[in-house]
Design a protein around this ligand. Structure first.
Ligand code: MG
Length: 183
């Protein structure tokens, strides 16, 4: 019998949350990065809004696939399951290996160019849990090559989503003005 491959959004959220938790990452760790990043541009954002955005993003099928794949790739490298040079490249998180960033960018891309630049900021400046994952990944037996990027990308997407949600609210509050083609 074929195994289950299609999951509901609730199931995908739970599976993502559980997979990340087994690797030491909590939803609030990701929300924290989004909160700090977006807080620089948008005062008075609520932590809860950031947490909601993280959970919403984790419920999307594409993101679910990315998260589970990223987590498994790191675990496989820890167990030395790859053959040939790619095992050492992933295990040692070679600086010139960029496939982990590609997976991250693909997640951040969900929120356009702003999502991608927010991901770049987290990738370069290693905010919050991303810095810890990066440092821990240098220890013997621990591989976080894909995890740090996927976590940073979810935070970047969540941060950008919060900005979109807040701006939508502002747009609704602004008095109605007739829009003409030449405004
Ligand atoms: Mg990486």
């Amino acid at each position: 019998m074929k195994k289950k491959t299609l999951f509901s959004r609730e199931e995908m959220t739970r599976l993502c949350v559980d997979a990340l938790k087994t690797r030491g990452v909590l939803v609030d760790d990701i929300a924290e990065i989004a909160y700090k990043q977006q807080g620089k541009y948008t005062p008075n954002i609520r932590f809860e809004t950031c947490r909601e955005s993280v959970l919403k993003i984790l419920s999307l099928r594409d993101i679910f696939h990315h998260v589970l794949l990223a987590v498994e790739l790191d675990k496989m490298a820890e167990k030395k399951m790859f053959e040939g040079p790619i095992q050492d490249i992933i295990e040692q998180d070679l600086g010139l290996f960029g496939v982990d960033e590609v997976l991250g960018l693909d997640v951040a891309r969900l929120y356009g160019v702003i999502g991608m630049t927010n991901f770049g900021d987290i990738d370069v400046n290693k905010h919050g849990i991303v810095s810890k994952l990066n440092e821990d990944g240098k220890k013997e037996g621990i591989v976080h090559t894909f995890l740090d990027d996927i976590v940073g990308a979810i935070a970047a997407a969540a941060s950008t989503r919060v900005a979109q949600v807040i701006n939508e609210e502002v747009a609704h509050e602004e008095p109605h003005k007739a829009i003409t083609l030449f405004d």
